[in-house]
Design a protein around this ligand. Sequence first.
Ligand SMILES: Cc1ncc(COP(=O)(O)O)c(C=O)c1O
Length: 458
Amino acid sequence: MTYVAPNSMQARDIASLVHPQTNLLQHLEQGPMVIDRGQGIYVWDDSGTQFLDAAAGLWCASLGYASERLAKVAYDQMRKLGYYHLYRGTSNEPGIELAEKLLSIAPVKMSKVLFQCSGSEANDTAIKLVWYYHAAIGKPGKRKIIGRHMGYHGSTTAAISASGKPDMHAEFGLPLPDFRHTEFPHYYRRHSDGESEEQFATRMADALEAMIVAEGPDTVGGFIAEPVMGAGGGIIPPRTYWEKMQAVLRKYDVLFIADEVICGFGRTGNMWGSITYDLKPDMISCAKALSAAMQPISALMVNDRVFAAMLDESKKVGNFAHGFTYAGHPVATAVALETLRIYDEMDMVPHVQRVGAYMQQVLGRFIDHPLVGDVRGVGLITGIEMMADKATRTPFDPARKAGAIADKHARAQGLILRSIGDRIAFSPPLIITEAEVDELAVRLQKTLDATWAELRTN
Ligand SMILES: Cc1ncc(COP(=O)(O)O)c(C=O)c1O
């Protein structure tokens, strides 16, 4: 048991706060790591220890952890108009300008933008719009939503139902009845011996088609997926996967929601994951790097076809009966607009292409580490898989908690990692430099060596 000093920040936290995605019992004994301040890609805890954050918080702090420029924009906006809503036809300039900007940079032609405050709410909205759309076009039976095992789309009731995270369904009585999950494209772990990436991709698309046929195409309305799976482990789709999956969706007239909450705004080396993988979605959700995570905001873009159906349906009902109090909050939209300006000024996409290629090369060398079975990445997102025996592709017994051990050693090296099972996902702030990638690699080497030593001896 960790010693927690009375009245310390740790003690006050334990006495007052419930933390998401945390072992609550363990937390009562160990208390929190209190983050005190940040600069660039580094954060400092309350004892003054510095950490390089290779996860950008939760894949989101694209510009790092402090910004005078964004602070000034928020300050000015709060002084001019610190809040107004978008209900009942009310609007404001930052909201209008941000919607215009998003439509102008969308990866495929989009018609309109809806704002929310989180990725979960954007995806919940998209799911509701799948239902609304099919009701409008006279096919109200097309209600089922297909997600993927290990996909993650948020914590709200519908978004988590679409997610393929059994630990997040357990004991909540979820997923809701209309949700199904198809295979996920983790080629390294799930391919059979001798199966090429292309053959594996065909198998994934066949599984999706078989599911749609078994459920009945008249009952399947939407498919939601991340271009690159984030919380599933930083899983890069195998060659030809997206081309084959999209052909199935088109064949059965299933609306495609691209969840760009992580991939949007440069993460994969293009402005959108949909550009990197040539996706043609009907709706696109985005959040996180939209405001460099400095304000809680998300956006959902819908295409002409979806918007036309929304018009029909709201004509029938007399109102588009959906919304959130803080949707399109002027401070959040102003900060997001400034964030997008900063991306333009810093040539963010070419920067990610250059530093991303370097990071893939540097992290790629860890394939020679005895603990590492797979390293795969694109842009500034990479997954490293730790294996008990990489020669035979044998994973660790989950009870050994290799990921948690790596996390512990990383902290000791001043490195924040995101482990998911035995896979480590890297998604540093987009501003990371080559020199900082080298620094990350030094800390990672020590982390993996210590993890390997502990796993080998125990
Ligand atoms: C791909 C993806 N979609 C949706 C979400 C949910 O976003 P939020 O936590 O802002 O609700 C996340 C969060 O990590 C995500 O990674």
